[in-house]
Write a protein that binds this ligand. Structure first.
Ligand SMILES: *Cc1c(COP(=O)(O)O)cnc(C)c1O
Length: 375
């Protein structure tokens, strides 16, 4: 039997390239025989989960024989209170990635188009392509812009057509760390017809400290075609559990919940997310360290003569000024894992997560060694 199973796959799936995650610590240990590895590759919280989340997980362990609460009643109630929305506006996901995929599955078909920006989060492309919809990718802002590589909302508007069903805006964006101010975002949402959903992905919301940065969860009651996604993976330090959600018009949430797996958020994620939501201390400490270490890292880049994109997230997109893969590999030999972004069309850049004070020091020192003449 000579069977080409790829040819049997759904049309959108045939051309897919799987998401490339950051290299896991265990893999680097095996491959390079190094120890004391520091992972700054996936924008995880370097402080780890907060104490409240850990306690909630411990308390939930004896209950693991039971299925989780498929409706996520308690977590939704806590989120509804936090965002001042009805529980019916919330859709829970196995990470916000899950919610992004649910949006594509529920609203996109091969007859539809989705718009997103060049250099925006890789999952949009995957989700759109998997369902066979057409991706319209707007060119990012130029290097001469104050927001280099950021979303060009005017260009995104220019791609709107009768076929557009979804527009993805990452605010801030990964891997660039760029962001869109309230006025511009509002104007985009208002210029998009109500048959077109605008997804604002706020995975890094808690890190952003800019007066003009909007909390669009508060806009959902004004704009029925707005979907806001959030996650517990970044500032909340729970990436390994997979917990995310969206806030939208209840009717949109109803549609998303029709395609959602009944138990897509596991029992530990449900209780840990609820506990983490109330752990203001852990979030503010995480943000404080991130702001401080982000400055150190940016300053070190300047001293090393490396360009970078100003970031409001917990990571920095650094221009190595040459092919970045050999630098990435040299850093691996120094037991530091960062993220190559050649798959984003940025072969000269590396994305570096901002770490603890010790982690950032080690990253800077490893960079210095790798970039030194003969290093
Ligand atoms: C990390 C990230 C997400 C999703 O993370 P989950 O772990 O699936 O919640 C979504 N959007 C952006 C822009 C991200 O960087």
């Amino acid at each position: 039997m000579v069977q080409r199973f790829v040819e049997l796959a759904a049309p959108g799936v045939r051309g897919l390239h799987p998401y490339q995650p950051g290299k896991p610590i265990s893999e680097l240990e095996c491959e390079y025989g190094v120890s004391n590895i520091i992972k700054l590759a996936s924008n995880e919280n370097p402080l780890g989960p907060g104490p409240r989340a850990l306690r909630a997980i411990g308390e939930a362990l004896p209950g693991l024989a039971l299925y989780p609460d498929g409706s996520g009643f308690d977590l939704k109630r806590a989120l509804a209170e936090r965002h001042d929305v009805a529980p019916e506006a919330i859709t829970l996901g196995n990470g916000s990635n899950d919610v992004l995929v649910l949006i594509a599955e529920a609203f996109l078909t091969p007859e539809h188009e989705a718009i997103y920006s060049q250099y925006s989060f890789a999952v949009y492309a995957l989700a759109v392509q998997a369902v066979g919809a057409r991706a319209r990718v707007s060119e990012a802002l130029g290097l001469d812009s104050p927001d280099p590589y950021g979303h060009d909302l005017a260009a995104m508007k220019g791609l709107l057509s009768k076929r557009t069903r979804v527009v993805f805006v990452a605010n801030p964006n990964n891997p660039t760390g760029t962001w869109v101010p309230a006025g511009e975002l509002r104007s985009l949402i208002e210029s998009v017809p109500e048959e077109t959903l605008v997804v604002v992905d706020e995975a890094y919301f808690d890190y952003v400290d800019e007066p003009d940065y909007p909390d669009t969860t508060q806009w959902v009651r004004d704009y029925p075609h707005l979907i806001v996604t959030r996650t517990f993976s970044k500032a909340f330090g729970l990436a390994g559990l997979r917990a995310g959600y969206s806030i939208s018009h209840p009717e949109v949430a109803d549609v998303l919940n029709r395609v959602r797996q009944p138990f897509n958020m596991n029992a530990l994620a449900l209780v840990a997310a609820e506990a983490a939501l109330g752990d203001h201390e852990h979030i503010s400490e995480s943000c404080r360290i991130n702001a401080e270490q982000g400055e150190f890292l940016a300053q070190a880049c300047e001293e090393l003569g490396l360009g970078y994109v100003p970031s409001v997230g917990n990571f920095l997109l650094v221009d190595m000024g040459r092919e970045a893969l050999p630098v990435y590999e040299a850093l691996l030999r120094q037991a530091v894992i960062v993220r190559p972004v050649g798959n984003y069309g940025l072969p000269n850049h590396l994305r570096m997560t901002i770490g603890t004070p010790d982690g950032t020091r080690r990253l800077i020192s490893a960079l210095g060694q790798v970039l030194a003449p003969g290093g």
